[in-house]
Every structure is written in structure tokens, then in C-alpha cells.
Design a protein around this ligand. Structure first.
Ligand code: SF4
Ligand code: SF4
Length: 369
């Protein structure tokens, strides 16, 4: 297995050339600078006078974005390997809803302390391109969301946030414009599942208000309306029809009448706002029947998870910590990822072998076969 240690090394001309593909995407995102500059100009034109505080805020955003690009280029030059596309850090295992397709958390209910989060962020920042703030639970439940975002910004770890959006209020809407956020996903399917008889109008109006502001103030931010409750790869549930109508009316678009999520899941509404469809999946559980020992998974290759108490798990589906690899608050992350258990699981995935009993009962692997 490749060493997990980031390895700064001497820079040769040839290595610079081979790293160009990694540097170019960073430079391409200058396009989003341009969009933000245009947005600032528009605002100044529209308001008709110069607002110094607003200007300072916009400049800070631009600076943050430049800093991100610069650091990415610098990583590339140093040969630092952010090998994980995403790391799930569970800042709270509490959710204000209880969806039928999301099994209840059996672990004791907890929220993460800021010093624990800072310790974790410091450890994982050189290894990943972005973090999510959940594994189970909804991040908007945490009262210190702003402080978490500030820490992520300090360590330059962009945030990919998933929420059911029911707790979105004026303060949280403001927090979700923080420049360190890269993507905000709203699990809209959770609303009809919890409130089947209620019209989603008021719930969606709050989300639309935030999204409309984000489209103006954060044109670089990706926004997703998730409908992950399809009954089959091509079948919409009736429960989505009212949500769909509200989206079509508000954004003056026509969403597709038919989908097949095996070939396409995401549909653009406008700018960087998308609707994303998927089927429900069954959470792995040690009580489920054995499905097989052959298969592969992206766990420990592309991502891993950290539960609210610091337990490191190989994926975002190990909701009860059935595959504990070690505790990041007690041991360095590189030591945990180099442990015998982690290596055996990863080696198994690379050779199409499901080593852990939980993986042998995991339906999710069929998505990679
Ligand atoms: S699916 Fe999301 S909204 Fe529903 S209970 Fe689970 S964490 Fe909460
Ligand atoms: S096979 Fe399933 S349980 Fe195992 S690491 Fe992958 S997603 Fe997690």
C-alpha cells in the first residue's frame, strides 16, 4: 500500500510538468472570480453608492478564494497528496427528523466540541480535498455552526454540507453563505417522508429564499436539491409531485418527466443549482443476511468517516461504528489508517474481497459492481 504520509520533496522541472494537470483546474476556477467581480460591480451599480463594509466582505471572499487556489497549487508543487476526496466528520449525531429510510442512531446522542473538531481538522486537512459535517445527524442542529466553519476556513478544508433544511432560519441562512462552503445539499425527500400530509410550500419557501441569495452572493457555490427516494431507477414516488411543482413554479423550469438514475442523476435548474435524483438504499447492518464476500467499495480509498466521539470508520454508512479503526482524539490519523485492520479492509477492496462482516452485508457494494 502507498504510504499515507504527505511527502514534500525537491521540485524538478519534469515533476512540474507532470503536476500541471493538477494546477490547471485551480487556475480555471478564476472563472468564478470573474463572476464574483461582476456580482460586486452589479451591486455597486445598483446601490448607487459605495458601501465600504460590503466591499470589504466581498474582497475578503475574493481573497479567500485566491488563497484556496494558491494553496492547491502549492500542495501540487510540494507533492502533498490529498488522497481522500471527502472525509465525513460527524459534528452531531442528532437529527430533528426521523425518516423511515434512515435507521435511528443507537449510540448516545452527542454534539462535537470545538476543540475536538479543531484537533480533527488539523489532523485530516493535509489528506483531503473537502469535509462534510455529517455522518448521521443534521449539521444545522449544532448551535456552533459558525465556529466550525471558521475552523474549516482556517485549515483550508472546504465544506460539503448536507441538511434536511427544516431548521433553516435567518441566522443559519447567513452562515451557509460562508466562503469555505463548496456545496450545500438539501435532502428535500425528508419532508414528505416526515410530514406526508403537509404541503411543502412554507418549508421550500425558506430554502428558495436562501438559494436565491446564494446564487447572487456565492455564484461559485454548488447547490443541490436532493430527491433520493425513487422507488426504482426510473420511478418517481407520488410524494415528490408537490415538491416538483414548487420548484418548477419558483424557478420557471420544467423538470424531466422521466429519469433513469443508472445513466443520469443530476439535472441543472440554473447556474450551479441542480436537482439530484437517486434511489433509496438499505443501510448495512450486522443482523442482515450475508450477501457475499466478493465486491469492492470506495471506503478508505476515496473517503472515510469520523464519528462524533472521534471513532474512525471506513465509510459514511457505518452509522454505529461497527468497524472501529481507532480514535483520532487518541491516536494520529496516519497511524489509524496504517493499522492492520484498515490495511486489510483496503487491500480487500482493491482485490474485490469484502473482509469485514458488515461489508459482507452491505447492499451499497452492488453500485460498484
Ligand atoms: S435521512 Fe437525514 S433528515 Fe432523515 S432522519 Fe436521517 S439524517 Fe435526518
Ligand atoms: S462495503 Fe458498505 S459497510 Fe463496507 S466500507 Fe463500503 S459502504 Fe461501508
Amino acid at each position: 500500500m502507498k504510504s499515507l504520509e504527505p511527502s514534500p520533496r525537491k521540485i524538478h522541472f519534469s515533476s512540474l510538468v507532470t503536476r500541471l494537470p493538477g494546477i490547471i483546474p485551480g487556475l480555471l476556477s478564476l472563472e468564478s472570480f470573474q463572476a464574483l467581480e461582476n456580482c460586486i460591480e452589479d451591486r455597486q451599480k445598483n446601490t448607487g453608492f459605495f458601501k465600504f463594509n460590503e466591499y470589504k466582505k466581498d474582497r475578503a471572499k475574493l481573497f479567500g478564494r485566491f488563497q484556496g487556489i494558491f494553496l492547491k497549487g502549492y500542495d501540487n508543487l510540494r507533492g502533498v497528496d490529498r488522497r481522500f476526496g471527502k472525509i465525513n466528520i460527524e459534528i452531531s449525531n442528532i437529527c430533528n427528523l426521523q425518516c423511515t429510510f434512515c435507521p435511528e442512531v443507537i449510540r448516545s446522542k452527542k454534539t462535537m466540541k470545538l476543540d475536538a473538531f479543531e484537533h480533527i481538522t488539523k489532523e485530516i486537512a493535509p489528506l483531503t480535498d473537502q469535509v462534510t459535517y455529517h455522518l448521521m445527524g443534521d449539521p444545522l442542529v449544532h448551535s456552533k455552526l459558525d465556529a466550525f466553519l471558521e475552523i474549516s476556513a482556517r485549515y483550508n478544508t472546504p465544506v460539503f454540507l448536507v441538511t434536511n433544511g427544516t431548521l433553516l432560519d435567518a441566522n443559519r441562512s447567513k452562515s451557509l453563505l460562508h466562503p469555505i462552503l463548496r456545496q450545500v445539499n438539501f435532502s428535500l425527500h425528508s419532508f414528505p417522508d416526515n410530514f406526508p400530509d403537509r404541503d411543502p410550500g412554507t418549508y421550500l419557501a425558506r430554502i428558495f429564499e436562501y438559494v436565491d441569495r446564494a446564487l447572487l452572493r456565492r455564484p461559485d457555490l454548488y447547490l443541490n436539491f436532493r430527491l433520493w427516494n425513487l422507488e426504482s431507477p426510473t420511478r418517481f414516488p407520488e410524494a415528490n409531485s408537490r415538491i416538483r411543482e414548487h420548484i418548477e413554479t419558483h424557478y420557471k423550469v420544467k423538470l424531466p418527466d422521466r429519469v433513469d438514475v443508472r445513466s443520469k442523476k443530476s439535472f441543472r435548474i440554473r447556474d450551479r443549482l441542480y436537482v439530484h435524483y437517486d434511489t433509496e438504499f438499505v443501510w448495512p447492518d450486522p443482523e442482515l443476511p450475508l450477501l457475499g464476500e466478493t465486491g469492492t467499495c470506495h471506503g478508505l480509498r476515496n473517503h472515510f468517516g469520523i464519528l462524533v466521539d472521534g471513532t474512525v470508520v471506513p465509510c459514511c454508512l457505518d452509522k454505529e461504528g461497527r468497524i472501529p479503526l481507532g480514535n483520532i482524539l487518541e491516536r494520529p490519523i496516519l497511524e489509524i489508517l496504517e493499522s492492520r485492520k484498515a490495511k486489510e479492509i483496503l487491500h480487500g477492496f482493491l482485490n474485490r474481497k469484502l473482509v469485514d462482516p458488515l461489508c459482507q452485508r452491505c447492499n451499497y457494494v452492488t453500485r460498484f459492481s
